[in-house]
Design a protein around this ligand. Structure first.
Ligand code: SAM
Ligand code: SF4
Length: 333
């Protein structure tokens, strides 16, 4: 079957799938404390998610990242991972992975490894108990650290993702870096993005540009630029002194769109061709319209043909432009 190529000649080989908008945390930059979640009836069933992902795999998607919300709080999620592992076994899929807050890893790490998951991303912004409780509102640091330990025991490589938050974890830059070096985790910093209306929390107050973070890191370590590219907004360096890899996801200070290879599917079957644009295609209707995949495949190709050149995020001139009304937990981070 013909692979997916967008109008800017980018091959779409990476699908990120949000399997739920729900979460057991309420991170301050991601959700409001009292979020209204989608009625369960609106969600695609796990069988429908399987059909959709399988269609993408048949059209050339080689990497599948499961996210949310918190993917591991979706009921029955392991049956979905098991189902997807058949595409690893066939060789069609090169990587099956997930992004998680880590709270359920003690329960699921071994099962994930058994499904062929090799590397996972765990979001962790602070190593301080009280600050962790503050930023996640509902989370407990000890549970996440235990989850990460379980992942290591199961043989999973863990990459830590930390959102860079001004006035919050600036003072933990070296603590996080040292801890990751000691635990052998890659570490990636993410610039906070204008996703969803957070009410009282001002975006510009939280914004800690990664060029500043990088300069601080360079005051203690020798940063060696790495050519590694994942088709996404991350750029990597190696710290000469520790040998560890550190990434920077800078959607706001860099334009990474020219090499974009990904699209995002929500738990209701909306396909977002760009994280930073409102345009989306509803795949649930063609999915449910017929048991064979012809309409669905046509809808996917029509959507990819509309993939925009890039996003419009811009914090310049002290105003948040390109603000997205939807939350990260909806589109999947
Ligand atoms: N619950 C899982 C987790 O936290 O890893 C997966 C979903 S979460 C939405 C995915 C990633 O998005 C997390 O690393 C989180 O820190 C990040 N994120 C959420 N809101 C963000 C925002 N406004 N700006 C930048 N990153 C954000
Ligand atoms: Fe949940 Fe992840 Fe959003 Fe935090 S960042 S509230 S863990 S979905």
């Amino acid at each position: 079957m013909q692979t997916l190529i967008d109008p800017f000649a980018r091959a779409i080989s990476y699908l990120r799938v949000s399997v739920t908008d729900r979460c057991d945390f309420r991170c301050a930059y991601c959700m409001t404390e009292h979020m209204t979640f989608l009625p369960k009836a609106e969600l695609l069933t796990l069988e429908e998610l399987d059909r959709l992902c399988t269609a993408f795999v048949h059209m050339g998607v080689e990497k599948l990242r499961i996210t949310g919300g918190e993917p591991l709080v979706r009921k029955g999620i392991m049956t979905f991972f098991e189902a997807m592992s058949r595409h690893l076994a066939s060789g069609a899929l090169k990587e099956l992975t997930l992004t998680t807050n880590g709270s359920q890893l003690r329960k699921y790490a071994a099962d994930l490894a058994a499904c062929g998951v090799k590397r996972i991303n765990v979001s962790l912004d602070t190593l301080d108990d009280a600050k962790f409780a503050e930023i996640t509102r509902w989370g407990r640091l000890s549970q996440v650290l235990d989850g990460i330990a379980a992942a290591k025991e199961a043989g999973l490589a863990v990459k830590i993702n930390a959102v860079a938050l001004k006035g919050f974890n600036e003072d933990e830059l070296f603590r996080l870096t040292d801890w990751c070096a000691a635990e052998n985790h890659d570490l990636t910093f993410i610039e906070v993005m204008p996703m969803g209306d957070m009410g009282e929390v001002g975006r510009l107050d939280q914004y800690w540009p990664l060029k500043d973070l990088r300069a601080q890191l360079a005051s203690r370590f020798t940063l060696i630029d790495l050519p590694d590219r994942t088709g996404g907004p991350a750029r990597y360096v190696r710290l000469a002194e520790t040998g560890q890899r550190v990434g920077f996801i800078t959607p706001l200070t860099h334009n990474f769109c020219e090499s974009c290879n990904r699209v995002r599917l929500t738990c209701t079957g909306e396909l977002y061709m760009c994280l930073g644009q409102e345009d989306m295609a509803d795949l649930r209707a063609p999915l449910r319209a017929s048991a064979d995949d012809a309409q669905l495949e046509q809808a996917i190709r029509a959507a990819i043909a509309r993939k925009p050149k890039g996003h419009d995020f811009d914090y310049s001139r002290q105003a948040v432009k390109g603000q997205m009304t939807r939350h990260m937990s909806h589109t999947g981070g």
